[in-house]
Design a protein around this ligand. Structure first.
Ligand SMILES: *Cc1c(COP(=O)(O)O)cnc(C)c1O
Length: 428
């Protein structure tokens, strides 16, 4: 029985909803959280994250698989622990992320896949020492270094080449990665020769093939197209005598950032059907690397309105959160829904902007929303992925605090930075 069936009903796609005209995250009033922990504040629903993870587990139950949550989407230790305890593995891209997995849930180290185009010696060594599941290797030079380090440590490194399937996936150019002109992976046509060469090296174990075509991809067709090219390669590799046991489909399944209906269960089911149809009978463990899909809609950024100001025909709502706290609108022109915590009526068009000294510091342009006054709170929705993990100290602003809501309770999982933290690494 899938774990989902134990629930009377599935949670909504988002944990934020009005209850008597005040916005809640699951069982917790956001006004209470702002009062207790201050703003800007990242608020995450443990229930929603667990639900999304179980959706993946249920959708792929007919295939031998491991869901390796992509740590870079949100690397909060509390979230890693929550997922690790449920059985998740992790997709990492740095030695820092490896350390986070170790700290959050050490038993998951053996379910770590290590991706990234620029792995350094110390990172490779740390991952070999931790005996991670597999290295997703992105160049011949990296494979050479991996062999050298494994030999020096008397180990045999399991690797998958990250192949570039040259598949176009419609998304923002900054987060599309599967075309031959991108810096990622190795052209799929060159892979076979590299595996052949690697077979001669005792320190390397050609255990898998991996692919990742980009992020925030809303159609499942490109995933299936990429996987078809990968399975073609696997057939060739097996002919050449390689024992391929893993196929890594990468991450990238998108979410809906607008107000439209979004059924996460149906989305994962479509995704699983598309991939499953291609890998059927292949006899490999399927590795999946979802990031955004698991945590994106589980989180929001709670912020207080500082000022409301009119310049010419425009009305600006100036919040205490800025682009340093949530850069997605500035970086990708990403849309985020913004909800007043005290429910009101639509009043007019406003620009919601932060205090950072850049005109690019905005959360919304010409957004129709209900009137808000200074001192009131708004929630920027769908900020659980690539929110806090991309936050910076630009303008010497301290990074926000983070709370994890567990039903009717909320727990501070990262305190707000202090001015002392801001300068802790510096000397005069
Ligand atoms: C970023 C990344 C992911 C996760 O992407 P999402 O869009 O958040 O699912 C998975 N695998 C690799 C290699 C990545 O770089």
């Amino acid at each position: 029985m899938s774990p989902l069936k134990k629930k009377a009903h599935a949670p909504e796609a988002r944990p934020f909803a009005y209850n008597k005209k005040s916005l809640f995250c699951d069982g917790v009033d956001l006004r209470k959280l702002a009062g207790e922990f201050g703003t800007p504040l990242y608020v995450y629903s443990a229930e929603q994250i667990g639900y999304r993870y179980e959706l993946f587990e249920a959708a792929f139950q007919e295939h031998t698989h491991t869901v390796c949550y992509s740590v870079k989407a949100n690397s909060s230790l509390a979230i890693l622990k929550l997922l690790g305890e449920r059985g998740a593995g992790f997709d990492i891209v740095s030695g820092g992320e490896l350390e986070r997995v170790r700290k959050a849930f050490r038993p998951a180290l053996k379910k770590v896949v290590f991706s990234g185009v620029g792995k350094q010696v110390w990172e490779i060594d740390a991952a070999l020492k931790a005996d991670i599941l597999i290295f997703n290797v992105e160049s011949e030079a990296e494979l050479g270094l991996l062999a050298e380090r494994a030999a020096a440590m008397g180990k045999r490194a399991r690797f998958a080449l990250r192949v570039n399937p040259d598949v176009f996936a419609e998304t923002h150019p900054y987060i599309s990665t599967g075309l031959s002109e991108h810096k990622f992976g190795i052209a799929i046509g060159l892979a076979r020769a590299i595996y052949k060469k690697a077979a001669k090296n005792k320190s390397l174990d050609a255990a898998g093939v991996s692919v990742h075509i980009g992020s925030q991809i809303r159609s499942v067709d490109p995933f299936a197209a990429a996987m078809e090219r990968v399975t073609g390669l696997i057939a060739e590799l097996r002919t050449d005598g390689h024992q391929i046991r893993y196929v890594d489909a990468g991450g990238g399944l998108g979410i809906d950032y607008s107000q439209g209906d979004f059924d996460p269960a149906a989305e994962v089911a479509r995704y699983a059907a598309a991939l499953g149809g291609v890998i059927e009978g292949l006899g490999v463990r399927l590795l999946l690397e979802p990031g955004r899909f698991l945590v994106g809609q589980a989180g929001g950024l709670l912020t207080q309105v500082l000022y409301v100001k009119k310049n010419g025909a425009k009305t600006f709502v100036i919040t205490d959160a800025g682009m340093n706290d949530l850069i997605r609108p500035s970086l990708y022109r990403a849309h985020h829904e913004i909800l007043p915590v005290k429910q009101g009526k639509d009043a007019g068009k406003v620009d919601v902007v932060g205090p950072v000294c850049e005109s690019g510091d905005f959360f919304a342009h010409d957004r129709v929303m209900s009137a808000v006054k200074p001192g009131e709170l708004v929630l920027i929705e769908d900020a659980g992925a690539y929110g806090m993990s991309l936050a910076s100290n630009y303008n010497s602003r301290v990074r926000p605090a983070e709370v994890l809501v567990e039903g009717r309770r909320a727990r501070l999982v990262r305190r707000r930075e202090s001015l002392r933290d801001l300068m802790a690494a510096e000397t005069v």
